[in-house]
Design a protein around this ligand. Structure first.
Ligand SMILES: [Zn+2]
Length: 245
């Protein structure tokens, strides 16, 4: 019995000793024997909500931090003119975009667009990168801007619902296209009957859709396409063929 008590005391003593050396990770809260100091800005959702300075993180968080830094460095250092970044939600795409923008020469012009309004607000913080001229738009907003600034479409009314209207016209006229006009146009099937019908109807209404007029204008005048040091298309997988061109 005495031996058992002694053993228990010893065991407790060991447990207490090891616990006293544990520190909580500032990011995930996991107990760790040692913490690595990293910039808080790299862990936007850290438990303490620290936005600046440094925080101490466990080996798991530090390992992820290092992996991401290596991946970002590969993106930034890549000499390829086109870069495709595949990243899930919350993995730091904005951080990667920032590093790309910062890697450009001072005074560089950058345009960033996405298809979703809400994401514009998330990306807007990149407009604050010092000494770089960054603009963030929804893709349709970007086209609309070009339409009035560059294309000079004053004689055309701008209507995002034009494709729907033209589709309804086709239904009313009982035209049975293989592919509906909106889809055929978004896939740039320019020889298709439905696209020819689409263009004629757009002329009739003196109206333009989101991207059609901008696309055809710049295709005919490639020398007038605005130039940027970097173009970032967020959620690129959701762009249709017309938008991607
Ligand atoms: Zn951690």
């Amino acid at each position: 019995m005495e031996r058992l008590t002694r053993s228990l005391r010893w065991n407790c003593c060991v447990i207490d000793y090891s616990l006293s050396n544990q520190m909580e990770c500032d990011n995930c809260g996991k107990d760790s024997a040692a913490l690595e100091q990293v910039p808080a800005s790299n862990f936007k959702r850290n438990r303490g909500g620290a936005a600046a300075g440094s925080i101490g993180v466990c080996d798991l968080c530090y390992g992820q931090f290092r992996l991401r830094e290596e991946a970002v460095a590969r993106v930034v250092d890549s000499g390829s003119p086109k870069k495709l970044i595949v990243a899930g939600p919350g993995t730091g795409k904005t951080h990667t975009f920032r590093k790309l923008v910062e890697s450009l020469r001072e005074g560089s012009k950058v345009v960033i667009f996405t298809l979703i309004n809400n994401l514009v607000d998330d990306l807007r913080e990149l407009e604050n990168v010092p000494e770089r001229e960054v603009s963030v738009f929804t893709f349709h907003g970007f086209c609309k801007n070009l339409l009035y600034q560059e294309v000079g479409a004053a004689e055309f009314s701008y209507s995002g619902s034009l494709p729907k209207l033209i589709e309804q016209d086709a239904e009313l006229l009982d035209l049975d296209f293989e592919i509906d006009p909106e889809r055929a146009f978004s896939e740039l099937r320019e020889g298709e009957e439905s696209v020819i019908f689409y263009m004629k109807r757009a002329e009739y209404y003196r109206a333009v859709g989101y991207v059609d007029r901008v696309f055809t204008f710049f295709r005919e005048r490639p020398q007038t396409i605005p130039q940027y040091a970097l173009v970032i298309a967020d959620e690129y997988q959701d762009f249709n063929r017309l938008e991607a061109c």
